[in-house]
Design a protein around this ligand. Sequence first.
Ligand SMILES: Nc1ncnc2c1ncn2[C@@H]1O[C@H](COP(=O)(O)OP(=O)(O)OP(=O)(O)O)[C@@H](O)[C@H]1O
Length: 301
Amino acid sequence: MIEFRSVTKQYADGTRAVSEFSAVIPSRKTTVFVGSSGCGKTTLLRMINRMVDPTEGVIEIDGHDIAATEPVALRRSIGYVMQNSGLLPHRRVIDNIATVLLLTRVPKAEAHARALELLDTVGLDRALANRYPGELSGGQQQRVGVARGLAANPNILLMDEPFGAVDPIVRTDLQAETIRLQRELDKTIVFVTHDIDEAFLLGDQVIILEKGATIAQQGSPEEILANPASDFVASFIGADRGKRRLTVSADVPARGDDVLLIDAGGYAAGVISAPGGKLASGSASPKSRSVSNKTSQAGDA
Ligand SMILES: Nc1ncnc2c1ncn2[C@@H]1O[C@H](COP(=O)(O)OP(=O)(O)OP(=O)(O)O)[C@@H](O)[C@H]1O
């Protein structure tokens, strides 16, 4: 569990990026910070691994104040995936994935063996191991970025707008992979996005933020959709615009932990079955939770 208690971050130039933020991020679930540009999402995320230190307040991981943990050690123990993958261009895929392991003095042969396993984990062919990042597609690069984030087998994985730069079809694949990985690997994932649909799809807990990382609403997608806490939230989730109709489906019987992915037209794009199920394209199956994002043609101009 990660706990923020009255955390404030004021940068040297006086910008108050985060103001007295308090929240609990449960273990082995996905929590999504979602909000407009500049509201403080990345600052919140980076305070978890001490890339940024708070000005005030306390952040605890499993009851331990992280201020007492040496920043480099903390950073290496927490996976981090960023937009544009952040891969080192002059290092092969296998070396990029193995970076943290090699830094922590894991023998090279062992680090490379683990990197190859991780290619399997993120659904990439091992034949890509010797390529350079520039020889991969954007979606493949992001998968390598996720593999690198997982290399040290961290309990916590931080993901900062990881799919912001890929096209919508690849993005849907990567989102499905993230759900599958969370189920298979049981990590605590903290995910940042400005895309509310992505937040509702991936998040067990969604925290909608306004400027200064002020919490507009915090809850499960179902809770937020059923009861937007304010006009701001209603507007942010698109509930009052007629542009999107976000609905919670109560009429479909639950079966296990299946998740139905619904495309922009409101059709079933696939089903992810638990545990560890693969995406089954086009099959419309019952689900325990679905967040439909039905985009009406008329309102989508
Ligand atoms: N190093 C810094 N020095 C000064 N101000 C900063 C610094 N980093 C971020 N900020 C400011 O803090 C505020 C929050 O930035 P942050 O990057 O956390 O927001 P964000 O919600 O992640 O935005 P985006 O979605 O655009 O990435 C912004 O006003 C930003 O300009």
